[in-house]
Write a protein that binds this ligand. Structure first.
Ligand code: PRP
Ligand code: URA
Length: 206
């Protein structure tokens, strides 16, 4: 299921990201914040567990997010700040990486490297700011699903309508929390209006 954010602060962050005067450091900070906000929206899909801790008043049993059963997977490069945002809020989750690059002629993504801990029966939070054709997210979800996670939650910043619909059709059981769905792709398969190339903008390689 695709859930587009209705939060005014999330929309504000998306529109700040669109602004070409935003430099790389600020751009990464905005992606980080956006991921944290989307995490709040997705929190009900995360596992919880009771845990006993020591406090200054003695023992205390409370409900915690079950961080030991969550893995946050980033699709390189542009998702790195989003993963930082998630892992700052949930410091006990494991991190995983998928190095993917979209070929800018065929628009197909290519996997160069994956480094993902065991996700069997765990919840995966997959992060990637952009869903353009949906090819990268589709390939990432296909790969993850083969490793038998209990559930996959995807956090994304901007998606093109057609890419998002493609993901919804192929993975109806994955909760896709997305900040903004934009209307279309241009002939180069960039999202319009979108924000340009997220990886380049985040890492000063424009
Ligand atoms: C971007 C983006 C997505 C992908 C989306 O990454 O971060 O992963 O493109 O496009 P798609 O939906 O058509 O597959 P890119 O491959 O450009 O790599 P980068 O983050 O290193 O710039
Ligand atoms: N990748 C991006 O970073 N931006 C787009 O609009 C499409 C793919």
């Amino acid at each position: 299921m695709v859930i587009e954010s209705r939060s005014r602060i999330v929309k504000h962050l998306v529109n700040r990201l669109r602004d070409t005067s935003v430099d790389a450091a600020v751009f990464r900070g905005l992606l980080r914040e956006c991921a944290r906000m989307l995490l709040v929206e997705a929190v009900d899909t995360l596992p919880v567990a009771e845990k006993r801790i020591d406090t200054w008043q003695g023992g205390f049993t409370g409900e915690f997010i079950d961080e030991g059963n969550i893995v946050c997977v980033a699709i390189l490069r542009a998702a790195l700040p989003m993963q930082e945002g998630v892992m700052a809020a949930l410091d006990g989750v494991e991190g995983g990486f998928l190095a993917m690059k979209r070929d800018e002629e065929s628009f197909k993504s290519r996997l160069y490297y994956d480094r993902i801990p065991d996700i069997e029966d765990k919840t995966v939070i997959l992060v990637d700011p952009m869903v353009a054709t949906g090819g990268s997210l589709h390939d990432a979800l296909t790969l993850l699903r083969q490793r038998a996670p209990a559930r996959i939650v995807s956090l994304n910043v901007i998606g093109a309508k057609e890419g998002v619909e493609r993901i919804e059709r192929a993975f109806p059981d994955v909760d896709v929390h997305i900040a903004q769905i934009d209307p279309k792709l241009n002939k180069d398969a960039y999202i319009v209006p979108g924000l340009g190339d997220a990886g380049d903008r985040a890492y000063n390689t424009v």
